[in-house]
Design a protein around this ligand. Sequence first.
Ligand SMILES: Nc1ncnc2c1ncn2[C@@H]1O[C@H](COP(=O)(O)OP(=O)(O)OP(=O)(O)O)[C@@H](O)[C@H]1O
Ligand SMILES: [Mg+2]
Length: 255
Amino acid sequence: MTPRLKLENVGVQFAGLRAVSDVSFEVAPGEICAVIGPNGAGKSTLFNAIGGYVRSTGHVWLDDAQLSGKPIHEIAAFGVRRTFQNGGLFPDLTVIENVAVGLHQSHNISLLSGAFSLPSARRMEADAVRKARELLDLMGILSIERVLVRDLSSGQRRIIEIARALAVPAKLLMLDEPAVGLTTLEIEHLDQILKRLAREGISVLLVEHVLDLVMSVSDKVVVLSSGERLAVGTPAEVRQDQAVLEAYLGYSELC
Ligand SMILES: Nc1ncnc2c1ncn2[C@@H]1O[C@H](COP(=O)(O)OP(=O)(O)OP(=O)(O)O)[C@@H](O)[C@H]1O
Ligand SMILES: [Mg+2]
């Protein structure tokens, strides 16, 4: 099967620092792949290289499309979606409105522009709301569609950010530390959502320090250390990898 995402010798250089060095791995359609490693290992930089946010060497493919060297918006148009640390949700809009806005933004339409007085725009709005509801249903959060975002917990907001990122068709979802600040219950919910998205065929690339979540959801784990790929394998394989144990994780943390 053609991999959904393929990285071949990806490297990122910041002045004198080689932040990512010759990293290669593949992610299949519907596969959840975690990227783990100590602080400064190059995980976020690797995401930025895939998304076109930093200049990189090597090659990145999404299905048959070469992403390397393409601008951010073109890479996004191929179906690469991501969330940001400061999610940029609108606190005074409802959950459904926030997700529908994600759809409009993808069509370069401003919700506040008054464009909805046109029949075609109204149809697009109805379509956006219908798609947003489908997404909330898939994520098991349709019951809170009319709640204002400002009344949500930080964990619920994180999940809305993911929903909004997925408002346009996604082939690859990249999440950088989505479990930060979440309660155990919220992490369990996130766990279920990621598995559900993967069953829908979306490939997920997950940078995460919460190892329980990593070990539970991942089909594959890539371990980075000082910008280099130290190991790749199933959670069980990585857990037993002597180089990984010695290099950073600490035996007790992985068991
Ligand atoms: N824009 C930048 N300019 C210069 N150096 C950078 C830049 N972004 C990251 N770095 C450096 O590149 C290295 C990798 O950083 P990166 O943020 O990718 O690590 P990380 O694995 O995501 O760490 P963390 O777990 O703390 O988020 C670090 O040494 C960092 O200081
Ligand atoms: Mg990071």
